[in-house]
Design a protein around this ligand. Structure first.
Ligand code: ZN
Length: 297
């Protein structure tokens, strides 16, 4: 059975779409990138599963970022996903605390969930909802209810054992094209949502996807699409960092090289460090840096 896959399906008669995602090695990769405490590991797993499922709702090429911000113990957590199902993420919290609260709502104060959709071609769109529900899943449901008036069901679960970590999610949403979008009773949405709610952790974490869909929806007419692989991959590169430096005054960059020996840029997601010396600064500002592949990482 292969984890790290996203399954999309459609309830033909109900105008409702569904998704099931299970992450294992992609989730483990994010956990390996930094020493996160268990409660942050769980949060990142839920964010990864949610981001993967939301990315799959895009009708165009681009990416989605799910970002949590607050004044509480967790200042910032973000997972970014592309239409190719490449995920990356990072979280920052108050590391001076001996112990973090285990309750979702206590991790945040004045918390907000910001969802940013960035099409490859086109305008960036940003929406926001308060983190005022007991779980991240319910906050995402509330986001769709408020911003798009679309009835949405979200399930997010993670599991950490001595051997591995798994993050799973399920997503149901009334199709935006449905003329009955606001009337959940007529579309059968509530019925499908309550069926979905019966999923048990042991099923979600262990059964093949086909078995899960059969157990939940064998009395429904369902069309299942080919699954998509989900991977952990950072989109940072030495070249992208150089492009960012091209926007900074050359004299300013040379000053940094003179005082600190090199310009060091750290990727906030994967913690890779990119270093640029005086020769690099000259080639960046001469516009010839992109051709210099000798130092690419
Ligand atoms: Zn990176």
């Amino acid at each position: 059975m292969s984890f790290d896959q996203l399954h999309r399906y459609l309830f033909n008669q109900a105008h409702v779409r569904g998704e099931l995602v299970r992450l294992e090695s992609s989730y483990q990769s994010i956990l390996d990138s930094y020493a996160y405490p268990p409660v942050i590991q769980q949060l990142l797993g839920e964010l990864m599963a949610a981001t993967s499922m939301l990315t799959a709702t895009l009708k165009f090429e681009g990416d989605i970022a799910l970002q949590l911000q607050s004044d509480g113990p967790v200042n910032y957590a973000v997972v970014n996903g592309t239409h190719h199902q490449q995920l990356r993420g990072v979280a920052r919290w108050d590391e001076s605390l001996a112990e973090l609260p285990s309750d979702f709502s206590q991790l945040f104060q004045k918390g907000v969930l910001v969802i940013t959709i960035t099409p490859t071609d086109g305008e960036r769109y940003q929406g926001m909802v308060a983190l005022d529900k007991p779980t991240l899943a319910e906050c995402i449901e509330s986001y769709f209810q408020q911003s798009e008036q679309l009835a949405t069901k979200v399930i997010l679960r993670t599991q950490q054992t001595a051997n591995n970590a798994k993050a799973c999610g399920m997503f149901l949403q009334i199709l935006p094209t449905s003329s009955q979008a606001t009337d959940t009773a007529d579309t059968g949405f509530e019925h499908l949502a309550s069926l979905t709610d019966t999923i048990k952790n042991e099923e979600l974490f262990n059964l093949p996807a086909e078995d899960i869909l059969y157990r939940l929806y064998h009395q429904e007419e369902i069309e299942v699409y080919a699954p998509a692989d989900v991977i952990f991959k950072c989109t940072c590169s030495r070249e992208r960092s150089a492009n960012a430096l091209a926007a900074v005054e050359k004299s300013e960059l040379l000053d940094i090289v003179a005082t600190e020996g090199a310009i060091k840029m750290n990727c906030q997601y994967c913690h890779t460090e990119y270093r640029f010396d005086e020769i690099d600064v000259h080639s960046i500002h001469a516009g010839t840096f992109a051709m210099d592949t000798s130092q690419n990482q």
